[in-house]
Ligand binder design. Structure first.
Ligand code: OSB
Ligand code: MG
Length: 384
């Protein structure tokens, strides 16, 4: 076949007729500790959608197991997908993937469940049209820059070894998780050992506006960090705005911004000057692109954060990162930083910190049925 043709069905309306949820558990190769907890394995829900013409799409619901990062959990996401998102999506004629979220517009919150279903509709549309996901989203880059996110370790030596390992792999930016009691010291030792490394910290909202906490955070201003991510609790807008006005280091928001209106609040209050866009937290690719567009209009730098996605969600993150406003390195590290085995064959890989944007339509990678069969805890099929 030499001729590039679009199949006549590609721009025709899209109707999802069957949905399969797969709850899959994978062990992490290295335990990851944040300010809230440690985890050694993850359970995510894969969403498999079939269109009336037989095309298949996949998305990933990357909910945490416990409601410490956000209110969503694997259990609540499964329930909402099964009872509130898929029933209205199934059998509804969509003129394109942007229509998917309209079918659940009455559902408040539950961003992670929405994100997995939304991404599955996007990859389905990509598979049907034969056009790469990145291109459909408005991506303009063929390569994106990846950073790594490193958890809290038991000792400073172990942390230094982790940083060294990832610097040796060529990652140009390292993010360190911090928490009260694990902040100034780890940042100091890493900065002393890696003088010109692009370094930032992520507190996952562990600091309050108390004088004691503010004093610690102010000390971080001396280490040339590229940003301080989510220092305060998600709804503590005012403390974030006051702190951001006071320090030179840019404040980045993650957990605070779940909807476009949150981004409007961030902009109006100047509660942060950088945005971490996560497909999961924003409720899908459609919403993530809208956040990118709004941030860009306001001259706010964005980058794509992650939730330790398996291969399907990771591929969506890379596609999103190809949009022009993603000017800072994203948390889209190689799949084998996280897992010994993934749900796709030969997944996302960073080569000296650079990830090639997939050009194959659909997810961009082959879903591995053997991994699913071996690591699946639960499965459910719903029909129109
Ligand atoms: O805050 O960015 C975060 C992982 C789980 C929950 C929250 C966060 C993270 C990460 C990991 O930082 C990013 C990645 O996928 O590598
Ligand atoms: Mg974060």
């Amino acid at each position: 076949m030499t001729e590039q043709t679009t199949t006549p069905s590609s721009d025709a309306p899209l109707t999802v007729v069957t949905a399969v949820l797969h709850r899959v558990r994978l062990p992490l190769v290295h335990t990851f500790r944040t300010s809230s907890h440690a985890k050694s394995h993850l359970e995510h829900v894969l969403v498999e959608l079939h269109a009336s013409d037989g095309t298949v799409g996949w998305g990933e619901i990357a909910s945490p197991s416990a409601p410490y990062y956000c209110p969503d959990t694997v259990g609540t996401s499964w329930l909402v997908a099964e009872q509130h998102l898929l029933p209205t999506l199934l059998g509804t004629e969509l003129s394109g993937p942007r229509d998917a979220s309209a079918t659940w517009s009455r559902v408040r919150g539950h961003q992670f469940a929405k994100a997995g279903v939304d991404a599955a509709v996007w990859t389905l549309h990509s598979a049907r049209t034969g056009r790469p996901l990145a291109e459909l989203l408005g991506g303009t880059r063929t390569e994106v820059v990846a950073g790594v996110s490193l958890g809290i370790e038991d000792t400073l030596d172990e942390l230094l070894a982790q940083v060294q390992h990832h610097v040796d792999l060529g990652y140009p930016r390292v993010k360190l998780k911090i928490a009260p009691g694990w902040d100034v010291e780890p940042v100091r030792v890493v900065r002393e050992a890696f003088g010109d490394l692009a370094l930032h910290v992520d507190a996952n909202g562990a600091y309050s506006g108390s004088e004691e906490h503010l004093a610690v955070l102010r000390r971080l201003d001396d280490f040339g960090l590229t940003m301080i991510e989510q220092p305060f609790a998600p709804r503590n807008w005012l403390t974030s705005a006051r702190f951001a006005a006071e320090v030179d280091t840019p404040v980045c928001l993650d957990e605070s911004v779940e909807e476009l209106d949150d981004l409007r609040t961030m902009l109006a209050l100047r509660a942060g000057s950088v945005l971490n866009i996560k497909v999961s937290r924003m409720g899908g690719l459609t919403a993530a692109v809208a956040a990118h567009d709004l941030a860009r209009e306001h001259g706010v730098d964005v980058w794509c954060g992650g939730m330790h996605e398996f291969g399907i969600g990771r591929a969506a993150n890379v596609a999103l990162s190809s949009l022009p406003g993603f000017t800072l390195p994203s948390d889209v590290s190689s799949w084998d930083k996280y897992y010994a085995r993934d749900v796709v064959v030969d997944g996302v890989r960073a080569d000296r910190g650079v990830v090639a944007v997939p050009t194959r339509p659909g997810v961009g990678f082959e879903v591995d049925p053997d991994t699913l069969a071996e690591h699946r805890l639960d499965q459910l099929t719903l029909r129109a």
